[in-house]
Design a protein around this ligand. Structure first.
Ligand code: ATP
Length: 241
């Protein structure tokens, strides 16, 4: 956590009309880090990811990515710069096969050979998707759809992966599989990950650093292992009495 961060939010304020969802968020992510964003319902976790990827424009504050001011840059442009956002609730194409979903994820790539390489790489990470290459996305289980959504986001070989609640609605085995893949990706590709999770225990176990959001404000930040030990965090988010 020295040098220039890959991603830097400084005093970011974002609104939904008159709803003040982010009230001065400051957050950094350094290349190669897994950064967890935890907090209760409505804290602003999803809004933070949306603001970073350009799905939403912050009203004030600065947002820099790879040394460039990207505040309000649309999502297709941040994607060209190596960001990939897996939104809440997956959003895979139900009427397309697994393979077709992956190919859609590579729509910015014109080199057919490279696309095929990436598809195969995706299958190596997610063998279950390989078995189901020709199955329609909509007929996959929730966990399989989440895997597909992540694999699709990886088609562009992102430098920064934004993951919104990857464990949502998944059985413990799937949750573990997804978290294993996040760690593997981070280790093997040095992919920087900004991870939003309700499952704070799991997120803190794999993250290097963490930020705790509460009603649009940053309550706490630090090493994930320290955050995991914090009394107030344990009470509020880790199920301690
Ligand atoms: P959760 O864990 O419940 O998904 P979150 O931390 O991701 O919560 P956000 O979804 O970022 O929280 O919501 C932050 C605030 O913005 C909440 O008060 C929410 O009601 C509001 N909000 C989110 N999306 C919209 C929207 N499309 N229109 C209006 N308000 C919204």
């Amino acid at each position: 956590t020295t040098g220039t961060p890959m991603l830097a939010l400084t005093d970011i304020h974002s609104y939904y009309d008159h709803i003040h969802a982010l009230k001065g968020i400051t957050l950094n992510a350094y290349e190669g880090e897994i950064v967890a964003l935890i907090g209760g319902n409505g804290a602003g976790k999803t809004t933070t990811l949306r603001t970073v990827s350009g799905m939403m424009k912050p009203r004030t504050g600065t947002l820099s990515y790879l040394g460039e001011d990207v505040a309000g840059k649309p999502a297709h442009q941040t994607m060209q710069m190596g960001m990939s956002h897996v939104p809440e609730g997956r959003r895979i194409f139900a009427q397309l096969t697994v393979r077709e979903n992956l190919e859609v994820g590579a729509y910015t790539i014109t080199d057919k050979k490279l696309i095929e390489e990436r598809v195969q790489e995706g299958f190596a990470y997610f063998p279950r998707l390989k078995e189901r290459e020709n199955q329609l996305g909509g007929t996959m289980s929730g966990g399989e759809q989440q895997m597909l959504a992540i694999a699709r986001a990886l088609m562009v070989n992102p430098r920064l992966l934004l993951l919104d609640e990857p464990s949502m609605g998944l059985s413990p085995l799937f949750v573990e599989a997804i978290f294993d893949i996040i760690v593997k990706l981070n280790k093997e590709h040095n992919t920087t990950v900004l991870l939003v999770e309700q499952n704070a225990n799991m997120a803190l176990a794999i993250a290097h650093r963490a930020y705790v959001l509460q009603t649009g404000e940053m309550k706490l930040s630090g090493k994930a292992s320290d955050i995991a030990k914090d009394e107030s965090v344990r009470k509020a988010y880790l199920g301690d009495e």
